[in-house]
Design a protein around this ligand. Structure first.
Ligand SMILES: Nc1nc2c(ncn2[C@@H]2O[C@H](COP(=O)(O)OP(=O)(O)OP(=O)(O)O)[C@@H](O)[C@H]2O)c(=O)[nH]1
Ligand SMILES: [Mg+2]
Length: 478
């Protein structure tokens, strides 16, 4: 026999957001969710599988249609020890009860219950019937208030009503819940029945362990991205005859520049795909107005993310002094005039970011051929911008609720996110951490193994852990 694991039926009105709750709790964005009531017609089991083993199961059920009939049966048989089971056994073959049997079967088979209510609506008689019949099942039970709109005025009434019949009543928003909130919900679930405690505890441990593993994997992806992007170069060997004239040289430089920039963009995209898969997203997309949708090498991105000039200058100077080398780093307040920038570009530089060139063009001349090389990135701002952007993407991937898939984001009544702050993450690191990163970046650019790689991996891990333990991070909506 398979080991016993917690089974929880998610119940409630049609359209209360039951499937959305299941999707968010199981990180499954393939569960059918729709704004029309009656989307779920069968009770389906959704296990959470970790390391090939189901650790907890949630059952998505159809909404109550006829709760009065169930309650009447329960009230007519007060002496029966297991009302849910008796109801299902009695009416199993009665076509009038097909729907009720479908939704009560998981409870009859012993599942605990999470009742989902839309806390933004007034409490009706039908709600009271559902609350009472679930109380009478005697199953471990919890109620969650899933606020579908901004409306808050009924929440207190709901709390009072629900706490009469449920061992725990919690707010849980299926569209906004982060990992931390999911874990808090599971913690509360643990306490609704003593018999459940060890089972739910084991599931929580498995979740936490898996999340830690995924966070480490994301950190690895990020370090890998930095190494690949900062070591990236493109080269082309051309015959001397092709570059006799300025026009030929310009053409080659333009093609190579495009190839170099494309390569950087592609590396970022590959890292994103790995992070997206790591956090199990299939249908989630970055909105077009997000800073995540802008071109990586654009001025907007460069301005919104990375270190400020003084921070960069300080971190760079300190790193330079410590390693005893003179580095090509931005000086505070230093910026080139437009004329100088154009001159620099014509003189063999390309791409300007934050007042500095992105990478240098090198031309090696042999008797009949020239080798044109662009890269690696020499711009000191770029690595911090790249790091900030992939952290921002990770924040979104980690905190984006899987139940939000079919959401109408333009609905004026939708529960709002917290206000947006236009800042990245690397600015809030300590001076020492920023310095370590500068060292690491310089090592990679010089194609050296970096002794600071483990330190920097820890810095990235720390940032990722912080993101996951926060409320949904407002910066992820940049
Ligand atoms: N704004 C907001 N909308 C939500 C939330 N949860 C669910 N919804 C929306 O409510 C609608 C119904 O969600 P479902 O999860 O399909 O509801 P259900 O209870 O499974 O519905 P049936 O299967 O039809 O009984 C969908 O349009 C969801 O996007 C939430 O937390 N906030
Ligand atoms: Mg449903």
């Amino acid at each position: 026999m398979a080991a016993k694991i917690p089974r929880i039926a998610i119940m409630g009105h049609p359209n209360a957001g039951k499937s959305s709750v299941v999707a968010t709790l199981t990180e499954n964005d393939q569960i059918p969710i729709d704004k029309r009531a009656g989307t779920t017609l069968k009770s389906d089991v959704y296990p959470v599988v970790i390391d090939g083993r189901a650790v907890i199961e949630f059952i998505d059920t159809p909404g109550f249609q006829n709760p009065n009939a169930i309650l009447e049966f329960f009230q007519a048989h007060p002496d029966l020890p297991d009302l849910a089971r008796a109801f299902v056994q009695t009416h199993r073959h009665d076509p009038r009860y097909v729907h009720d049997i479908e939704l009560m079967t998981p409870v009859a088979e012993g599942a605990a219950v999470i009742l989902v209510v839309d806390g933004s609506k007034r409490i009706k008689e039908k709600d009271r019937v559902e609350i009472e019949l679930l109380r009478l099942t005697g199953r471990p039970r919890m109620a969650i208030l899933n606020n579908l709109t901004r409306q808050q005025r009924y929440m207190e009434q709901w709390r009072n009503e629900l706490s009469k019949a449920f061992n725990s009543v919690r707010e849980f928003n299926a569209h906004r819940a982060t990992y931390a909130e999911r874990m808090r919900l599971l913690e509360a679930l643990k306490n609704i029945d003593q018999r459940w405690e060890p089972l739910v505890e084991a599931a929580i441990d498995a979740f936490a362990h898996d999340w830690e593993r995924r966070t480490d994997e994301a950190a690895e992806t990020i370090i890998d991205l930095l190494k690949r992007a900062l070591g990236f170069k493109v080269s082309r060997t051309v015959r001397h005859a092709q570059v006799v004239f300025q026009s030929g040289r310009d053409r080659i430089r333009a093609e190579l520049t495009a190839e170099f920039e494309e390569g950087l963009r592609r590396l970022e995209l590959e890292a994103r795909e790995r992070i997206r898969a790591n956090f199990r997203h299939h249908v989630w997309n970055v909105p077009p107005d997000s800073i995540l949708s802008q071109d990586l090498l654009s001025e907007e991105v460069s301005e919104a993310l990375g270190l400020s000039r003084p921070q960069l200058a300080m971190a760079g100077a300190a790193a330079g002094a410590a390693s005893g080398v003179t580095l090509d780093l931005a000086l505070a307040g230093h910026s080139l005039g437009t004329g100088a920038l154009l001159g620099a570009a014509a003189g063999g530089f390309l791409g300007i970011m934050g007042g500095r060139v992105l990478a240098k063009l090198n031309i090696e001349r042999a008797p009949n051929t020239h080798i044109y090389t662009i890269g690696p990135v020499s711009n000191p701002r770029f690595p911090f911008i790249l790091l900030d952007r992939i952290l921002l993407y990770s924040a979104r991937a980690m905190n984006w609720a899987h139940g939000r898939q079919a959401a109408d984001e333009d609905d004026p009544e939708r529960v709002p996110d917290r206000p947006i702050r236009h800042r990245g993450f690397v600015e809030s690191l300590s001076h020492q951490e920023q310095r370590d990163l500068v060292h690491f970046f310089n090592d990679i650019r010089r194609r050296r193994e970096s002794a600071l790689e483990p330190t920097c991996r820890e810095i990235v891990r720390g940032l990722l852990r912080g993101l996951a333990m926060d409320e949904i991070d407002s910066r992820s909506d940049l």
